[in-house]
Design a protein around this ligand. Structure first.
Ligand code: TRP
Length: 327
């Protein structure tokens, strides 16, 4: 089975955009690949989080991923900072990563623009830490979003360069693995095209039924269908996208016909969407609560994940040290 590794930054709670995008793909991938997922808490240090929040953020995201269906038996899930081998590889890779190329990475330029008072070396070498995350497991595939393209290019460069400098064929070049064909893009309910944390328009997996219903009922609409069989404006099409994501085919057909013969009432449509979203979120929310209440279980899962990740990283580092000349 091909090896797959992916990192998740512990930033906030999972929302429906995450769930129907990346997270469900991760869950499906467990069957087809030798997967490993980790929580990138070292990467989160670039923005100087409060010490008292570090452990809690990791536990939060861990509980949410497990609740979504990541099975730690099949796909170990670990916390990045539990596997110190990563740091040694990070150091080796940094010796052959150059200022110019690191400065040209778009995510670096963007962060540097956003936080001009904190353009730290960790930010600059973010891509080499990411490369170490991946290469320590000699992973073949990395499921990432489009925004990670340049970081992935750096990871491949690190692999190629290492192989070239030492005349070995040790690291495979990790390939981007886009789940976007399978993943669904969840629109915002505020008329924007995308549900996202920075857009502030999210339905979270922790939201209760009342909150979800309130958010859906507030969704932006227009004055209603005017002519039979007309094209739907974007805000309305967004609502139909929710039907497609959350509801049955019959339900979609029912509202589609209502739209087409101009008898659609948006209130009914929203009630249906709210009910169907609640049905999806409620059991996940329950599992999040159960996991969150059992920190001993969470810590055990993370520890077992770290043990398996460390085993894989240790084997790689033993070879790397020898290749670099440390005997
Ligand atoms: N940079 C990734 C992101 O922001 C997170 C990440 C860190 C990652 N290390 C990784 C993803 C290794 C894949 C593989 O989403």
């Amino acid at each position: 089975m091909e090896k797959v590794v992916s990192g998740i930054r512990p930033t906030g709670n999972l929302h429906l955009g995450n769930y129907f995008g990346a997270v469900r793909s991760f869950v499906q991938m467990q069957d087809e690949y030798d997967c490993m997922f980790f929580i990138a808490d070292w990467h989160s240090l670039t923005t100087h989080p409060k010490p008292e929040n570090i452990q809690q953020s990791a536990r939060t995201i861990l509980a949410e991923y497990l609740a979504c269906g990541i099975d730690p038996q099949r796909a170990p899930i670990y916390v990045q900072s539990d596997v110190k081998e990563t740091l040694e590889l990070y150091l080796f890779l940094n010796m052959n990563a150059y200022l110019g190329e690191l400065e040209r990475v778009t995510t670096f330029k963007e962060k540097a623009r956003k936080q001009p008072d904190n353009v730290n070396a960790g930010l600059l070498t973010y891509p080499t830490l990411m490369a170490a995350d991946i290469l320590q497991h000699r992973a073949a595939k990395v499921p990432v979003g489009k925004d990670q393209e340049q970081n992935m290019e750096m990871a491949r460069k690190c692999a190629r360069r290492f192989n070239h400098i030492y005349g070995v064929d040790f690291f495979p070049e990790p390939q981007n693995f886009y789940f976007s064909e399978k993943a669904l893009k969840v629109p915002g309910l505020d008329g924007s095209g995308k549900m996202g944390k920075s857009e502030g328009n999210c339905i979270y997996l922790r939201d209760d039924d009342k909150t979800i219903t309130k958010k859906v009922m507030k969704a932006v609409t227009d004055s209603g269908p005017q002519e039979p069989n007309s094209q739907r404006p974007e805000v309305i099409e967004n609502l139909f996208t929710f039907l497609r994501i959350a509801s049955s085919e019959d339900t979609y057909q029912y509202f589609d016909e209502k739209w087409n013969d101009c008898t659609l009432r948006y209130g009914d449509l929203k009630k249906q969407i709210a009910a169907d979203l609640c049905a999806i979120v409620a059991p996940i929310r329950q599992r999040i609560e159960d996991y969150s209440a059992d920190t001993a279980l969470l810590d055990r899962i993370a520890r077992e994940g770290a043990d398996r990740a460390r085993e894989s990283a240790t084997a790689t580092l033993r070879e790397v040290r020898r290749i670099v000349g440390f005997r």
